[in-house]
Design a protein around this ligand. Structure first.
Ligand code: PMP
Length: 444
């Protein structure tokens, strides 16, 4: 009998006992290669001595001080560090405890920005149908995952959703990627006009889509066009890089590869690398200036914001990434992972798409490749792949989701930035075995 409520009331999860480097060991001594870093969290692997030392030192000096009384050296240092490496235009950092809290804060900052400017009529958020922004009510409202939203829908703030940028299923054969991106930007423009441009607060999007569809990068030029549309109507751009940010795609922030800077950006997961619960909003100077010229106070707050031990962990993680030039390894091993996935799956009858950026790669499973016909959701193929992978000592992040009436089974890989070529071989080999076994289990 268990008294802990995980997602499943009844579950038979193994008990994780210890972890070092790329491996998590359960209580029975079985080792699992952590090829998804949990959910793209663990970027340095487990038990990194520099991070542990920084956290211990912080615990010894100051574990906690409430942010309405004090600032701290460690929170200031982390904010300085994040802004020094942020996309152009970012000015301040709001430190929270995770991704959903970061989204909530970003939504409120965006609304308050317009209130301070005297544009109180702005109340609409626009997001995309293929998106996950968290499970708290505000984050769930902007998210586009129908299954997660459904039973809570009556409680959610009204949000408007437009088409995702999903080349595999969204781009028509008779258009170029450029034209596809333009069509999507035009759809956003039309949505803003339909709502009334002076009523829209922000457009919210994941730079590279994570949990709903597995490592879906935008087509080249898409975000530049989106940025232009937002600017044309004075609408803020909020980029959610909770999963895709902090180095996962090969640059610290994924959006720099798309040549855009958002007005607000959310980060979490890789920020603390799993050593502490921490997330943040990077806040553009424009938003800070408006609030500063107005009330001077962001009307928000949580007990654990700017927690010193979490800040120490995040700062140490960022310093190790730079010192050890780990983003170079993300680029190199990401390219190798992609190549090995292609070799293993490009001719696989049930793999329709292989996609991603850096160490953020995914495969999409289909019943029929030519028709891109998905597997019946009732087969729960993604859950079977997870189970088969775990049986083989591999952790991957499988997802099933329905977007625009089309089901998708995806497997996301997001190994820690310290991954080496021999680990990539093990990951692809075990994943291949797990995929084949799971499909054999559902074959009719
Ligand atoms: N945004 C994105 C893009 C995410 O992937 C997630 C978590 N999967 C969240 C927000 C929510 O973060 P958290 O689970 O830390 O609340």
């Amino acid at each position: 009998m268990t008294h802990i409520l995980h997602r499943l009331i009844r579950h038979d999860y193994p008990r994780a006992a210890t972890a070092r480097g790329l491996y998590i060991h359960d209580r029975d001594g079985k080792a699992y290669l952590d090829a998804s870093g949990g959910a793209a969290v663990s970027c340095l692997g487990h038990g990194h001595p520099d991070v542990l030392a920084a956290m211990h030192a912080q615990l010894d000096t100051l574990a906690y001080a409430h942010t309405s009384f004090f600032t701290t050296d460690v929170a200031e240092a982390l904010a300085d560090d994040l802004i020094a490496h942020a996309p152009p235009g970012m000015s301040h950092v709001y430190l929270v405890s995770g991704g959903s809290e970061a989204i909530e804060a970003a939504l409120k900052l965006a609304r308050q920005y317009f209130v301070e400017k005297g544009e109180k009529q702005r109340r609409h958020f626009i997001a995309r149908r293929q998106s996950y922004h968290g499970n708290t009510l505000g984050a769930l409202a902007v998210g586009g995952n129908e299954w997660r939203r459904k039973q809570f829908a009556p409680l959610l703030i009204e949000t408007h959703h437009v088409s995702p940028c999903f080349e595999y299923r969204g781009k028509r054969d008779d258009e170029t990627a450029e034209q596809y991106g333009q069509r999507l930007a035009d759809e956003l423009d039309a949505k803003i006009r339909a709502l009334g441009p002076d009523t829209v607060i922000a457009f919210v999007a994941e730079t590279v889509v994570g949990a709903t569809a597995g490592a879906v990068p935008p087509v080249p030029g898409y975000f530049r066009k989106v940025r232009e549309v937002c600017d044309r109507h004075g609408v803020l751009l909020i980029l959610d890089e909770v999963m895709s940010g902090m180095g996962r795609t090969g640059t610290l922030h994924a959006c720099t590869q798309d040549g855009v800077s958002p007005d607000l950006m959310t980060i979490a997961k890789g920020l603390g690398g799993g050593y502490a619960a921490i997330g943040a909003v990077l806040v553009g100077g424009k938003v800070i200036d408006a609030i500063s010229a107005g009330s001077g106070l962001f009307q928000h707050g949580h007990t654990y914001i700017g927690h010193p031990v979490s800040c120490a962990a995040a700062l140490a993680v960022q310093r190790v990434i730079r010192r050890d030039k780990l983003l170079d390894n993300v680029v190199q091993q990401g390219a190798l992972l992609r190549r090995r996935l292609q070799e293993r799956f490009a001719n696989h009858h049930h793999v329709g798409d292989i996609r991603g950026r850096g160490l953020f790669q995914a495969i999409e499973l289909v019943a029929d490749r030519a028709e891109k016909r998905p597997f019946d959701p009732a087969l729960k193929l993604n859950a079977r792949i997870k189970a088969e992978a775990m049986a083989r000592g591999l952790l991957v992040y499988p997802m099933g989701g329905t977007i625009d009436g089309v089901h998708g089974d995806h497997v996301l890989l997001a190994p820690p930035f310290i991954v080496q070529p021999q680990d990539i071989e093990t990951i692809v080999e075990r994943l291949g075995g797990a995929v084949d076994a799971a499909i054999a289990g559902v074959a009719t």
